[in-house]
Ligand binder design. Structure first.
Ligand code: GDP
Ligand code: MG
Length: 444
């Protein structure tokens, strides 16, 4: 979905003359990209209307930059589409937060329970998990193992077949032991199973969760709408996690269907750290190829980059992005472990640049990407202080000296210069959109 939207908006950038024909074409392309990503036609039509309305309203104020206006209209309309209009539940430390996970079998509940515990544990929460899935064989040991991997206590009763009794016992025990965050995993089964919905309701009535998290598999496309509705009719869904967004081009349907309740996280892999905080603004920026600066900044924060290099973000937005800054960013990527995940947050052209030089499956791309990054680092190691502090592309003589000095191919040096250019351009692009990457970083 992302790259198609990027291409559509790219037309805005590349067209010399921005007449109504081109603007209409861009809007049409955007709508087509959404439909192909399985977003419901009616919702796409509403989006089209809303873009047109805001363009008509703004056209009166002549002298505005049309490119900026169109982009803004698209961003606004998409934001409205994803925004449920109220913030998600936020667990607080120092009290008991009971979180119940629901969703169909195979949607990713048990995996997400572990990711969720892992995420909040890192934030200093005292977390525990309870297995109230008595339906699926192996549910008990799956969650037990997941819990052990992320090192949080687990409660379950292998012999007991009463999910309500188990959930209640687990929640009581962990509440008494003073846990902040008690996460209850439930069984999934299939949509036609009325027993499932009844059981889910009984568990909810018994443990009074503060938050009911609906876990939805993004690969189900349009079916997401009915599924979300069915769950919502039975229990009070207060948060949504959309899973398996890695490797699915058709995630749009699930994302949009989900949004009557706020999406809190996105699952982007099977690993317990492959979950991202959902932030409407970040997500849309990323969809449109503007990069997810907030997400990047949040990641960098996690890695203490802000503290180590406080000037970096500012340099980025103020057009003073140096090779030294680039080195800090790339170092962060290498430490982050998952290159591809980081690259997905990069603004369109930068992300594309790294993706293009990778290829193959994710693991392969990661490996390949690491090799390139190592090459970049070697080149920057042989840069002079003056070169490192430069904000301009390096001259041809410097390129050949650096290639010789670092033992890297001059194509690699060129690629590095290209990467630096892309980052620099990205900063000014953000400014044009009136996005302030330094502010409103991450609500949690
Ligand atoms: P449950 O039946 O709802 O509890 O689902 P599980 O947690 O057992 O997950 C079903 C399958 O989906 C497992 O193989 C998981 O590893 C996989 N899975 C869960 N979340 C993700 C995700 O975000 N990305 C990918 N690629 N796989 C996932
Ligand atoms: Mg499960």
């Amino acid at each position: 979905l992302g790259s198609k939207l990027v291409d559509a908006l790219g037309k805005l950038q590349s067209s010399m003359l921005l007449d109504d024909g081109i603007i209409n074409q861009v809007i049409k392309d955007i709508c087509l990209a959404l439909i192909q990503a399985d977003v419901n036609i009616q919702q796409v039509n509403e989006l089209r209307q809303s873009i047109k309305r805001s363009l008509d309203a703004n056209a009166i104020a002549a002298g505005h930059n049309k490119r900026v206006l169109v982009r803004q209209a698209v961003v606004e309309a998409l934001s409205k589409m994803f925004d449920p209009g109220h913030p998600p539940f936020q667990p607080k430390r120092g009290r008991t937060n009971i979180i119940m996970f629901v969703g169909l079998q195979g949607s990713g509940k048990t995996t997400t329970v572990a990711k969720y515990a892992n995420f909040y544990k890192k934030k200093g929460f005292k977390c525990a998990v309870v297995c109230a899935d008595t339906f699926r064989a192996g549910a008990f040991s799956q969650l037990q193992q997941n819990a052990a991997k992320v090192r949080v206590p687990f409660y379950g009763e292998q012999e007991n077949k009463d999910p309500v009794a188990i959930a209640l016992a687990g929640v009581r025990m962990f509440t008494e032991e003073g846990f902040d965050l008690i996460i209850v995993d439930t069984s999934g089964r299939h949509m036609q199973d009325t027993e499932l919905f009844e059981e889910m309701k009984q568990v909810a009535d018994a443990i009074h969760p503060n938050d009911i998290v609906f876990v939805m598999d993004s690969s189900i496309g349009q079916a997401a709408h009915d599924q979300a509705l069915a769950f919502r009719q039975k229990v009070n869904i207060t948060s949504v996690v959309v899973t398996k967004l890695d490797g699915h081009a058709k995630g749009g349907g699930a994302l949009v269907a989900a949004t009557q309740s706020p999406i809190v996280f996105l699952g982007v892999g099977e690993g317990f750290d492959q979950m991202e905080l959902f932030n409407t603004h970040s997500f849309i920026s990323r969809l449109l190829g503007m990069g997810d600066v907030q997400g990047l900044v949040a990641k960098m924060e996690e890695m203490d980059l802000e503290k180590k290099h406080p000037e970096l973000i500012q340099n980025l937005t103020e057009g003073r992005f140096t090779y030294k800054d680039l080195r800090s960013v790339l170092e962060t990527f290498m430490q982050a472990g998952s290159l591809t995940q980081m690259m997905d947050m990069m603004p369109g052209p930068v992300g594309k640049f790294f993706h293009d030089m990778q290829g193959g499956d994710a693991a392969n791309a990661d490996r390949e990407g690491f090799l390139r990054l190592k090459g970049f680092m070697t080149i920057m190691d042989s840069m002079t202080e003056e070169e490192l502090n430069s904000v301009k592309p390096l001259t041809a003589t410097r390129v050949s000296r650096l290639a010789r000095g670092s033992g890297q191919h001059s194509r690699m040096v060129q690629a590095l210069i290209e990467a630096h250019k892309l980052f620099s351009r990205f900063g000014s692009q953000l400014k044009g959109l009136g996005i302030n990457p330094a502010g409103d970083i991450n609500p949690r």
